[in-house]
Design a protein around this ligand. Structure first.
Ligand code: NAP
Length: 256
């Protein structure tokens, strides 16, 4: 049975991916910083689905701990067939108001960590001629929306090109492109989205169900909900400067 390694599996979309793959009978390796939450998820999924589930506690922003996760992905004795690069966070304020250290941490987690982990798993996938990499990007990456959006644009473009590079080996690459999803993301980032209409919100399980379906159909991108699919199609035809100006209105400087 395929083993799936999921980063950021302690909450939100990562926990939903864990449940989605467990329901398919996959064994799991769950990665995040909070051992207690990972262990609770592992215990529940093992009891419900009879799968094998490892907990690998790691702060992916620590090079040594990230290296341990990369080593697990590259271990030929315990092959991992699917990597889900999901761990991430956002910042509350626009770029000019954030400490540069916070910007660097966000860029590292959203870009450098998926790059490193993907590089670790790819040789084994190519050799075994099967498997997949799922990169959890964002609709924010379709637009000029600050440094978070810029990082997610990198992840989507990376996924689209890697998909072509790995297709001859039978390895799939999917960019998962969620819109606003009910997780801990907004609260952790200190964002107040109480004014966002209810119809914009997605459930994490729906994003995962769509992603697993799109993976099965060999699609390059997975976008949940007709509203976000229409949005993704529309923004391709709008002038970037107009979009950048409109989107800047959604990023508020912090209160003085
Ligand atoms: P979430 O509930 O806050 O989950 C974030 C996960 O990342 C947690 O499991 C957290 O676990 C882990 N994480 C954070 N920093 C980490 C670090 N340094 N090392 C290891 N793990 C770390 O948010 P979510 O919405 O599920 O976010 C998952 C992904 O979806 C992110 O990449 C996010 O950018 C993307 N996304 C979210 C939305 C949305 O509206 N929610 C929309 C588009 C895209 P620990 O705290 O235990 O480490």
């Amino acid at each position: 049975m395929t083993t799936v390694l999921i980063t950021g599996a302690s909450s939100g979309l990562g926990a939903a991916f864990a449940r989605g793959f467990a329901a398919k009978g996959c064994d799991l390796v769950l990665v995040a910083r909070d051992t207690g939450r990972l262990q609770a998820t592992a215990t529940a999924l093992t009891a419900e689905f009879g799968i094998g589930c490892e907990v690998l506690t790691a702060d992916l922003l620590d090079p040594v701990q990230c290296g341990r996760v990369a080593n697990r992905l590259a271990d030929p004795a315990r092959p991992v067939g699917i990597l889900v690069n999901n761990a991430g966070f956002g910042l509350p304020a626009p770029f000019p108001y954030n400490p540069v250290e916070d910007e660097e941490r966000m860029l590292d987690l959203l870009v450098k960590v998926p790059l490193k982990l993907t590089h670790a798993i790819v040789p084994g996938l190519r050799e075994r001629r099967r498997g997949a990499v799922l990169n959890v990007s964002s609709v924010a990456g379709l637009l000029p929306t600050g440094t978070y959006g810029a990082a997610k644009a990198w992840l989507t473009a990376f996924s689209e090109s890697l998909r072509v590079d790995l297709a001859p080996y039978g390895v799939r690459v999917l960019a998962v492109v969620p819109g606003f999803t009910r997780t801990e993301f907004q609260e952790r980032a200190g964002m107040d989205l109480s004014a966002l209409p209810a119809s914009y919100w997605l459930e994490a399980d729906a994003v995962v169900a769509r992603a697993l379906k799109d993976l099965g159909l060999h699609r390059p991108l997975s976008i949940t909900g007709w509203r976000y699919r229409a949005y993704a199609a529309a923004v391709r035809h709008l002038p970037r400067t107009l979009v950048a100006t409109r989107m800047a209105r959604t990023r508020r400087p912090p209160a003085a």
